[in-house]
Design a protein around this ligand. Structure first.
Ligand code: ZN
Length: 395
């Protein structure tokens, strides 16, 4: 029944959905997108399992395939209460799927939550800014943003050629850190906007050591997972290693921390490697893109669920979602994490005016990934609670 319902979402014949896994998966995704609720009908499809074991099955366009009883090894008709039991089980499974997505206690008032599009937990507003601060923030506000994490790449404040190429220009070192944070404090005075201050720090500093002084000025710290690091593209093992390091360093710097863009950086690097080999991107499979090996998602859920370390789902996800193979891999990688209690952030990662012209419609991918408004509001609530506590208790 749920499978027929899902086939309807797709306008497909049941027969196609039953015999082709791609249509089945697509039908499930459409159902999720339409209702925010998934189901797992094929897992308990006895006809399919029976057919795999050699049972004779009749195929119809408009209803599910029955086993041909007359050709069964053991002749007995299913009893009415068995059918009832199966329906009950399917209902329970579907309901459990919905409950897993239900808001946590204390998240029932829509007014107490920010919509996905209202949050940008990764907006560059330092060295790389191409216009003055107010004009830059105006663009975000005009597109609906209400909560911002303003930040910059910390390494730009160290002596290097790169920093001098940019227009905004801040002093290097400690003077630059303070000037940037003072600019962010200025933005925070704007009515109708909630602003948090942050840094984006290269993941390699988790290995080589961090710079403490600027980190103590930040409300939140994001770790830049890079596609340019040596070695393989980011994957389950490297992410688990980074998360362990981040949880360790968070003991010294007790602020919420975000793992920036691990999933899209893998896709970027996998595609880049394919191009270098002269391989056409359309020959890449979901397995080439898949981030996790078996067991790694569970390990990550164990580390992250209930912690103050978040994973970013940035706006470049929209681009990869246009490719059905990338989309399939992203859903397989991210959805079980969301359902297992890992918390995510919504963000643009905008650096430039060109970035700001790309529409920010996180619901178009977050719904399919199982990343909900409730999930993504957790970090905002935590940051607001920390701020309120500091203001009230001055500790
Ligand atoms: Zn960034």
């Amino acid at each position: 029944m749920p499978m027929m319902f899902a086939a309807d979402r797709l306008g497909a014949k049941d027969r196609g959905c039953v015999s082709g896994h791609r249509l089945t998966v697509e039908a499930q995704i459409r159902t999720w997108e339409a209702f925010g609720c998934g189901h797992v009908s094929e897992i308990s499809d006895p006809t399919r399992e029976g057919a795999d074991l050699g049972a004779a099955v009749a195929r119809f366009d408009d209803r599910l395939p029955p086993i041909i009883e007359g050709q069964a090894f053991a002749h007995h008709r299913p009893r009415a209460d068995n059918i009832g039991l199966r329906t009950l089980l399917l209902t329970i499974i579907a309901a459990a799927g919905c409950c897993a997505q239900a808001p946590l206690p204390g998240q029932a008032l829509p007014q107490a939550l920010f919509a996905l599009r209202e949050m940008d937990m990764h907006l560059h507003a330092g060295f790389e800014r191409q216009v003055d601060m107010n004009a830059w923030i105006d663009l975000a506000v005009a597109d609906g943003r209400r909560v911002l994490v303003l930040l910059d790449h910390l390494e730009l404040y160290r002596p290097s050629r790169k920093a001098r190429e940019y227009k905004a220009g801040y002093p290097l070192g400690s003077e630059g850190h303070k000037a940037l944070m003072a600019d962010f404090d200025g933005v925070a005075k704007r009515p109708g906007l909630i602003v948090f201050k942050g840094w984006e720090i290269f993941e390699g500093e988790l290995d080589t050591g961090v710079e403490s002084e600027p980190m103590r000025l930040a409300d939140v710290i994001g770790w830049h997972i890079s596609p340019n690091s040596e070695g393989n593209a980011p994957d389950g093992r490297s992410l688990i290693k980074r998360v362990r390091q981040i949880k360790e360093i968070q003991k010294t710097f007790p602020v919420p921390m975000i793992v920036f863009h691990p999933f899209d950086m893998r896709l970027e690097k996998v595609q880049r490697a394919a191009r270098l080999q002269g391989r056409e991107l359309k020959t890449l499979t979901a397995a080439d893109y898949r981030f996790f090996q078996p067991g790694e998602q569970q390990e990550l859920i164990g580390l992250l669920a209930g912690s103050s370390v978040y994973i970013e789902i940035g706006n470049s996800t929209a681009r990869y979602f246009q490719d059905p193979v990338c989309r399939q891999a992203l859903i397989a990688d991210i959805r079980p994490l969301a359902e297992g209690g890992v918390q995510f952030t919504a963000s643009t990662d905008n650096h430039s005016l060109a970035n700001a012209r790309i529409p920010f419609r996180p619901e178009e991918y977050d719904h399919a990934l199982g990343v909900t408004v409730f999930n993504t509001n957790t970090i905002v609530r935590e940051l607001l609670a920390l701020r309120a506590r500091r203001a009230a208790l001055r500790d």
